[in-house]
Design a protein around this ligand. Sequence first.
Ligand code: UDP
Length: 475
Amino acid sequence: MGNDTVSRPPRQHVVLFPFMAKGHIIPLLQLARLLLLRRRHITVSIFTTPANRPFIATFLAGTPTAIVELRFPENVAGIPAGVESIDALPSMSLFHTFAKATELMKADFERALKNLDPPVSFLVSDVFLWWTVESASELGFPRFVSYGSSTYAVAVSTVVATSGLLLQHEPERKTMITVPGFPWIKVNRNEFDPVLENPQANPVGHGFVMKWVEATNRSFGIVANSFYELEPVFIDHWNRDIGPKVWPIGPLCLQAQPESLNTRDVVHQWLDEKLEKDESSSVLYVAFGSQVELSSEQVREIAKGLEESYVKFVWVIRKPKDETEDSFPDGFENRVKNRGMVVRDWVDQMGVLNHKSVQGFLSHCGWNSVLESLSAGVPILAWPMMAEQPHNARMVVEEIKVGLRVETSDSSVAGFVRSEELKKMVKELMEGQMGKEVRKKVKEVADMAKAAVEEGGSSWQALDTLIDEACKFRP
Ligand code: UDP
């Protein structure tokens, strides 16, 4: 007892900075909760714009996370005043302009970082906030990249984009390309953003993509909302041949979800009622994430397909920005009222997917939705519409075989789907033989996911190692 120095717990401080879109914010909020659960003496701060604060504060209620606000730059050409998140953009064509403008927040970000106490141990920031790697390097702590997609999607798109193969095929065309190193995977040429190889057509977009690719290369690692057993081939490939190292620490939705964001809401009550009337009640959940916007014609076609399929369904629909009313066929909601529910609000999607009666998910294959469905053991009817969703959908259907796919009636990525196709595939998923097979497989995958996040599981261990390694820089 000669030494009276009391050993203090390490003062670790993790800063999280998600991109301003729900699908990017949610996994980092789950990570915030998880870090606080796993390390008693950790401090977590999350950076965002004022408009996103209420959503974040609700999600993190009851936790000691600090929310630090940074103003989105004013007077950015094309971005209406007051718009601070992707969901509020008048059109997705402004995405690159919005994302590039975040760079103007750098000075404020660094000023705020310098004032944090305890000092920052490491940063996890969104792939689109590429410039944060420079802040981390200037201030002397490691930066991890947070991607909003599977490692499969990131690996396959990186391999194809760097192979020169895109230049050999006309953009916008439906031409199949065999992925170098993965001969069993055939991707469609039109799934790749033309900004990749045509800088003149979209200089802002091209410059932005190049910046985030380069910034990822300079980062300490990638925090992946995935688990090793789900995509070992792609995680190994990435770590061996591409880098920086991927740390699969998910599914985050299984480890750190708030009790319920909307306890016993109307959707749950409706699902409960269906189950009371019929113990074997089987409901299709239909939702396309927080960004996809459907045309009026497409909404009508979905309504018709669901009505004619005769399955029970819950459909979460975002109102088209140019419409004041939904574009359902006349009398649709009335005709389906005994077996279908339309919701025009934010629902507790994890809660819905985990309801016993939900047996299928018609999804755009945003990565969070995919993981939430897999974790709940619910098979997917995949209908990808943009960004990396076609890769995620291929992975779901062809690689892990936990879903079926709807065919589009034209060759564009955000392809139109006719009611007959929808009806056929919905019936197949909910009642057919192929549906039975993917339902069986998804239950196995759900068990694997649960094992990965349990104490000693692969994701559990990866997070522990990540924290220890990242904190070595500033003990
Ligand atoms: N989500 C939700 N309620 C809704 C709509 C979406 O909880 O009414 C959540 C969903 O559970 C997921 C996220 O929003 O966590 C959407 O992310 P995803 O990657 O699936 O799609 P994105 O919105 O990025 O296209």
